[in-house]
Write a protein that binds this ligand. Sequence first.
Ligand code: GTR
Length: 420
Amino acid sequence: MRFPRSFLLVSLVVLTWSADSQPFNYDESKVPKYKLPDPLLMESGESVKTVAQWRTQRRPELLELFKTHVYGRDPGRPKDMTFFTLEQRHGVLNGLANRRQVEVRFAGRRDGPRMTILIYTPAKAKGPVPTFLGLNFRGNHTIHDDAAILLPHSWVRGRTPGETVNNRATEKGRGKAKNRWAVEMILKRGYGLAIIYYGDIDPDFDDGFKNGVHALYPKPKPDGWGSIATWAWGLSRALDYLETNKTVDHRRVAVIGHSRLGKTALWAGANDERFALVISNNSGCGGAALSRRAFGETVKRINTSFPHWFCDNFTKYNDNESACPVDQHLLVALSAPRPVYIASATQDRWADPHGEFLAAKYAAPVYSLLGAGNFPADKQPPPDQPVVGAMGYHLRTGKHDVTDYDWARYLDFADQHLGK
Ligand code: GTR
């Protein structure tokens, strides 16, 4: 569908206005009374007492509940998918890195849906390196000034949907998001970075699921994949590729995302146990924040502003969060016992920082059951004082963003859990 630019501008104004005004609650004393589903109590009423019960019964049950009620089911790995290296070079970024850009062709065809993975690995590495894998909002070329990063072939934000990408305009975005991707810091610490523009997988607007990879599949049913599940599926397809790449240690891939892409990272980690570590940066509603608190962004608001993000069944819980058989602490628990890090920011009230902390705290019993240790915090820690065990949490001073402070914490966490 084609939307006139004026329509997009008006939508943006309406969204910004609604994010800042009532009826959204920002008052802790007005959080409704709620009861969370117990991660270790099965639908049958039986308690989970053993690791085997978690693995063979409760975990699959929770995964099904999230697929049915929240994110929707994906179609798995496409049988015709192929990988094609578009470009590679050693000793780039002043000798710091090796770069490779790989196209994943979902239907095995160049003229079908495809995504480009940009991979930097440390030039000095002697063997396969642990690697951060994440999606970006506006094109791979925005994450660094590197002039060789290919421009996205897909629709990019800021352009009218359906309009062909104008390379000269798109080129202006080069390096614009570099503050969010600490490329040099990551490489110097011995890690690789693999990133993909999320619009290659599914352009982020509601077109009734016709574009991106959806072109290859029937229209989703009420429990079919929304865009978040689609982006997460794309991350799993990237991991399929990384399994074939000798410079990356595919057994030590940390999936990371910010905001809607933090929701995506959590779902990718829950769904695909090949991810060794999971990082949610300011993921908020539908991510780490507990929906039942209805603090800041609510289920109804997110389903209204972004009708394509979740499966249609999720709209049943608009203004009715307690009827949902799951809440987001259970999403965090689905990563257990793998290390998971949840980060909030003090000014990011729309994402409910306290609710994000509580999701970690209430997922902790699953980590304990699986022998991964206890979560070292009962109360939300003060700003800039990370708490770290098998799960990590911090509340950064500042706004909704990803900063070098956040990356330094993630790298420390990865050192602790993935080793060098
Ligand atoms: C907001 C949305 C949030 C968050 C954010 C983002 O508009 O309400 O849930 O996902 O966008 O992704 O930047």
